[in-house]
Design a protein around this ligand. Structure first.
Ligand code: ADP
Ligand code: MG
Length: 234
């Protein structure tokens, strides 16, 4: 974990109390844009879940975030909504990178981004193992706004040096299922990716299990001048 850059930027809060139950009850009150509210209606989603109510406002405000909530609680939209909303402000290159431990999860996350971003012409690319490298390289070259990837395959693409794309302008990094991503098997790949990512970015971790790795990440000193992350505990 020490070898990863990301942990050094994140400090929190084991001493912070669990967030008070949010009073906001609508996406509008959380600061979600009208365009996205309309996309949500199409998805038959009307009321934010607890993790969404807790994490969307800080993420929209540019604060790093650790979100801990059980499986099925809507963690994907807790980061997808702020990403899509902020994307319209800065549509240059790869805006957001979402890392997830399995290809199945990558496709599930992508589905939600595609539905949400459909009316806004958002381009997403899914970069996972077991699929054709060449077509993925083409997708990466097609200037996606959002890349959803498993770490190993994304590292393969970086190492192969194929094409005109870079992670160096990523503004928003998500570690989904962060407990699994921070397990030792992914550490070399994550290290490699963090070296390719800019330090000046927003980072969020989502997990159903608050492990000691994540607690350690949360307790490392923050980058100077960087606001403390917000942590939502289950
Ligand atoms: P998690 O990542 O926490 O396990 P997901 O983000 O995969 O959960 O969401 C689980 C399901 O809940 C998805 O089918 C999603 O569309 C749905 N969902 C997400 N947010 C809401 C909401 N605010 N209201 C109703 N359903 C929602
Ligand atoms: Mg999830």
């Amino acid at each position: 974990i020490d070898r990863l850059r990301i942990p050094q930027r994140i400090e929190v809060g084991s001493k912070l109390p669990k967030a008070a139950p949010p009073h906001s009850t609508s996406f509008s009150e959380l600061g979600v844009s009208l365009a996205i509210q309309n996309a949500l209606k199409v998805m038959s989603i009307h009321t934010p879940t607890e993790i969404q109510a807790a994490c969307i406002p800080p993420l929209l405000a540019g604060v790093d975030c650790i979100g801990n909530a059980k499986t099925g609680s809507g963690k994907t939209l807790a980061f997808a909504l702020p990403i899509i909303q902020k994307l319209s402000i800065d549509p240059f290159g790869i805006f957001a990178l979402v890392l997830t431990p399995t290809r199945e999860l990558a496709f599930q996350i992508s589905e939600q981004f595609v539905i949400l971003g459909n009316s806004m012409n958002v381009r997403t690319a899914v970069i996972v193992g077991g699929m054709d490298m060449m077509s993925q390289a083409l997708e990466l070259g097609n200037r996606p706004h959002i890349v959803i990837a498993t770490p190993g395959r994304l590292v393969d693409h970086l190492k192969s040096g194929s094409g005109e794309w870079t992670l160096s302008r990523v503004k928003f990094l998500v570690l989904d299922e962060a407990d699994r991503l921070l397990s030792s098997s992914f550490v070399p790949e994550l290290s490699y990716l963090f070296n390719a990512l800019p330090k000046d970015r927003q980072t969020c971790l989502f997990t159903a299990t608050l492990t000691t790795s994540i607690e350690n990440v949360a307790n490392t000193a923050p980058r100077p001048g960087k606001e403390k992350p917000f942590i939502h505990r289950m």
